[in-house]
Design a protein around this ligand. Structure first.
Ligand SMILES: *Cc1c(COP(=O)(O)O)cnc(C)c1O
Length: 403
């Protein structure tokens, strides 16, 4: 983690993974699209092959693109620097990244503990038993008593999707004993939180969101120690959940503006959250900066800022939420988050649709809940759009009540 001491985050965001450019005589990351690499010296090639299959992060010869790609490796190096970990392993999506960690954990056992709510598809992947794991969903406070000899992994997400509840990473790590803790830190980004410095073994990002930042790349990364990265690379080489080098290039290209984007969107989100909390159509505004989420006290210690996501529970329920989705003009009604442009979506109907009704209810995914990902547009333009859409929502509801 020594690189944390050398420069500030903003500087690393611009330069990480580009350290050798001057020596190479280049100024933008080269994109290597080779699927295979010439092996002229068989003994040297064999040695490289063995090293890469064993999970080494580099070798004299890349051999085959499923084993190693220099463009992807650059992006990984940049993200390891930003998270303060020894290594980072990139995958074709956030779900491929989570799958690799779960598969790597299977050597320890087949029991997983997870704290709800988490991203809907992560919930589904763990709950379905698709990867041969049995997952129990528990409260963070129950982890110590519920972990077993065969518990292979503990999965938390903070801020959690879609309620924006915070989970105390340090407390979970302490309760986990020697069981590895995976923190899905997608909503926080390395700008606002670095779970590895708090003891998390795996830091997962859906890089599709803030890290890519422009809504044009699907990717997932796991930041961790070298030894764990080796295992993840071995899983990746065997299962093929690769990040394509063009996607890696786009991901790397988004990083220099990461801090700027998150800070501006967060400023916007703070203004919008305050106005939403005072709006008559809104029953409840979930936003860490308003203190309206679980463990909001972790703001300022675990998390350096309240983030850019806001969830609102509309008084008039599902129909009002549906009317707002129809009425927004500037904000795009769509799943996903963390892009430069603002997005709004309905967790119960879309991202968290696969959760059983009881699970939805238990974690506050109500019919009137909308999740807003605030972008970097001018805040007054955003507010004007939200305000007019909420009026449509109320009008729709009044018309319906009268009919
Ligand atoms: C989007 C998301 C994922 C899944 O990532 P993909 O890149 O869509 O596969 C996982 N966790 C969180 C918190 C997410 O928002």
């Amino acid at each position: 983690m020594s690189h944390f001491n050398t420069h500030a985050f903003e500087t690393h965001a611009v330069h990480a993974g580009r350290e050798d450019f001057i020596a190479l005589g280049i100024h933008a990351p080269p994109i290597d699209l080779s699927t295979t690499y010439p092996v002229t010296d068989l003994d040297a090639g064999t040695a490289s092959f063995d090293a890469l299959v064993a999970g080494e992060g580099h070798a004299a010869n890349s051999i085959y693109a499923r084993l190693h790609n220099p463009t992807v490796a650059r992006t990984e190096q940049a993200l390891a620097t930003l998270e303060g970990t020894e290594a980072c392993v990139a995958f074709g999506s956030g779900m491929a990244a989570l799958t690799a960690v779960v598969l790597a954990a299977r050597v320890r056992g087949n029991h997983v503990l997870a704290v709800r709510p988490i991203y809907g598809t992560s919930d589904h992947l763990l709950d379905s038993g698709l990867l041969g794991m049995h997952t129990e969903f528990v409260q963070a406070e129950e982890i110590e008593q519920r972990r077993r000899a065969d518990t292979a992994l503990i999965v938390i997400e903070t801020p959690a999707n879609p309620t924006l509840d915070l989970v105390d990473i340090r407390a979970v790590v302490a309760a986990a004993g020697d069981v590895p803790v995976l923190v899905d830190s997608t909503f926080a980004t390395p700008v606002l939180q670095n779970p590895a410095t708090l003891g998390a073994r795996y830091v997962l990002h859906s890089a599709t969101k803030f890290l890519g930042g422009h809504g044009d790349v699907i990717a997932g990364v796991v930041c961790c120690a070298d030894a764990d990265a080796k295992m993840l690379r071995t899983v990746r080489a065997a299962t093929g959940g690769l990040l394509h080098p063009l996607a890696a290039f786009l991901l790397h290209r988004g990083l220099p503006t990461l801090a700027l984007r998150v800070e501006r969107a967060q400023q916007n989100a703070m203004v919008i959250a305050e106005r939403l909390a005072a709006h008559p159509a809104v029953a409840c505004t979930h936003y860490p900066g308003l203190g309206t989420v679980r463990n909001a006290h972790l703001l300022g210690t675990q998390m350096r800022g309240p983030g850019t996501l806001i969830s609102i529970d509309l008084r008039a329920g599902h129909d009002a939420a549906s009317a707002v989705m129809r009425a927004v003009k500037l904000i795009t009604p769509a799943v996903s988050l963390g892009s430069v442009d603002s997005l709004i979506q309905h967790p119960a109907g879309l991202t968290h649709r696969m959760l059983a009704p009881e699970a939805k209810q238990a974690c506050g995914i109500t019919p009137g809940l909308l999740r807003l990902s605030v972008g970097i547009e001018h805040v007054e333009d955003l507010w004007a759009d939200i305000d007019q859409a909420l009026k449509q929502g109320r009008a729709a509801n009044i018309t319906q009540a009268a009919a």
